[in-house]
Design a binder for this molecule. Structure first.
Ligand SMILES: Cc1cc2nc3c(=O)[nH]c(=O)nc-3n(C[C@H](O)[C@H](O)[C@H](O)COP(=O)(O)OP(=O)(O)OC[C@H]3O[C@@H](n4cnc5c(N)ncnc54)[C@H](O)[C@@H]3O)c2cc1C
Length: 459
């Protein structure tokens, strides 16, 4: 007798299921997040399959509510994509070569048209980020839920997937074993038992990454995918997170921002790993803002950061400018910080901290040291930022790592050795920079899968 966890789950569910009731769906989506809902709102399953009788779609979600991460995206304003040529997009992703095909076909323009079709007009901000005109995520989620329902999808919340069985032969369905976890409301799909098996012609994995686990993206499906389907994952680490600095000298500046700074991630030896530039925001624990978030995607366990508050200007140039500006005047903390603020357009509260730090043991600032801090302030990262693990992380707007991409067809997001099985969104080993690139990939990958499923269903 086969006593594997998968068989045991299926046997238990078979015993509990209502006799004679077998639900076969045209597609089941696991995960009611952005990518799962993009898939459901693009795939019309409202009519049954004439040959198998399979009908409609089902979305299985283990939390009580769909779209929780979408709701908090962009600070609740939902920065869903970015302006500009889609040809420039791949450079904004880790694994940019993989995303090219889906992005070119289902581009930022297609995305804004898709939103418009859902009744969501968009607006582009000066820095290129695109938002809904209403600057709220909630109407986006509502529109996706409505369109998914019109396409024949039902959502079952509070449902854990405990096992997955691949088709037992050509034309046979996938088997999905589920258990209620107490988070949801009773489904309205006619299958009401505690442990159940659902069947489907197409299965879409849309379970996201491992960050902000309170939204439901907690990596809980990964062991099931590894055990039952042999799917391989790369290492998972949080990305796009604020940088926490050990002994942060800028702590008193929490809330102050700088329009354009450069953050270089370096090894302790000084070797450069990555540089990101853009706005930064000082926080109570360190540095946030787009440049810091994008830099966080490239951290290593032994990394330090080097912060330049005036990118593109050398230390010598800065020192000469300061000397010139202070010529014939006393060189104390007040005059030096005021000169630096004036010359480089920086907040006085910031240049004052730099001037104080430039004093060393003396009472007046050293201009050489001041120029060094303005152009390359080497800051040690806190262990909190550097302690990577494969566990869920409360920080990080996205996850680096996921389903290893050599298993995926780049055009359709179908697993190469498992026809009818698709993976979309952040569960894949793709992560983008901040600025709308992650929701764009959730959309593009979901569209690629939807197009393939639609093609199979409607010929
Ligand atoms: C604070 C924050 C702000 C962000 N802002 C932006 C932004 O402005 N622009 C941008 O492009 N990106 C942004 N992102 C990233 C973006 O939200 C994600 O990349 C995107 O939501 C990923 O979509 P997804 O569908 O792949 O995963 P998710 O949206 O995370 O959805 C996954 C769903 O699967 C469910 N699930 C997980 N495991 C299971 C399971 N075992 N069984 C059933 N269901 C399961 C989860 O509960 C969840 O509902 C932000 C992220 C955060 C955290």
């Amino acid at each position: 007798m086969n006593t594997s966890p998968t068989s045991a789950a299926f046997e238990k569910a078979s015993g509990a299921a209502s006799p004679g009731k077998k639900c076969i769906y045209r597609a089941i989506v696991i995960g009611a997040g952005a990518s799962g809902l993009f898939f459901a709102s693009s795939t019309d399953l409202s009519s049954p399959d004439p040959s198998t009788g399979a009908a409609g779609g089902l979305i299985l979600e283990h939390t009580a509510k769909p779209g929780s991460k979408l709701l908090i995206s962009g600070g609740g304003r939902c920065n869903f994509t970015h302006a500009g040529s889609v040809k420039d997009f791949p450079a904004h992703y880790n694994n940019g070569t993989f995303v090219r095909s889906a992005l070119y076909k289902h581009s930022n323009i297609k995305f804004t048209e898709f939103m418009e079709d859902l009744g969501i007009r968009s607006v582009t901000e000066k820095d290129g980020r695109i938002f809904p005109e209403c600057r709220r995520s909630a109407p986006v989620l509502d529109a996706l839920l409505k369109r998914s329902a019109a396409n024949g999808f039902t959502i079952r919340t509070g449902t854990d997937v405990t096992a997955i069985r691949p088709p037992e032969g050509p034309g046979r369905p996938w088997g999905i074993c589920v258990a209620r976890n107490g988070n949801g409301y009773p489904g309205n799909d006619g299958c009401g038992a505690a442990d159940e098996i659902f069947f489907c012609e197409n299965l879409i994995i849309a379970t996201g990454g491992i960050t902000y686990p309170a939204t439901g993206s907690d990596g809980s499906l990964i062991p099931v995918l590894q055990r039952d389907l042999g799917i391989r994952f790369t290492e998972l680490v949080p990305s796009l997170m604020p940088l926490t600095i050990a002994g942060d000298p800028y702590r008193s500046l929490a809330g102050v921002s700088v329009e354009n700074a450069a953050m270089t991630i370096e090894e302790k030896s000084g070797r450069k790993i990555h540089q990101a530039s853009g706005p930064i925001l000082f926080t109570e624990k360190g540095i946030s803002g787009p440049a810091a978030l994008n830099a966080s995607a490239h951290l290593r366990p032994d990394a330090v950061i080097s912060l330049s508050l005036i990118p593109g200007i050398s230390r010598d140039q800065v020192m000469r400018s300061l000397q010139e500006e202070l010529k014939g005047r006393p060189q104390d903390i007040n005059t030096t910080s005021a000169a630096a603020a004036r010359l480089f357009g920086l907040p006085k509260s910031l240049t004052r901290i730099l001037a104080e730090r430039s004093c060393g043991a003396g009472s007046s600032p050293s201009l050489k040291s001041m120029a060094g801090l303005l152009t390359a302030d080497r800051l040690p990262l806190d262990q909190e930022t550097l302690s990577f693990s494969g566990k869920s992380s409360p920080a990080g707007m996205c996850t680096r790592g996921g389903i290893a991409l050599d298993q995926i067809n780049t055009k359709t997001m179908e697993l190469r050795n498992a026809p009818g099985l698709f993976a979309v969104g952040e569960v894949l080993d793709v992560d983008g920079e901040t600025g709308g690139y992650n929701l764009q990939f959730a959309f593009s990958s979901a569209q690629a899968a939807s197009e393939c499923v639609n093609g199979k269903l409607h010929g």
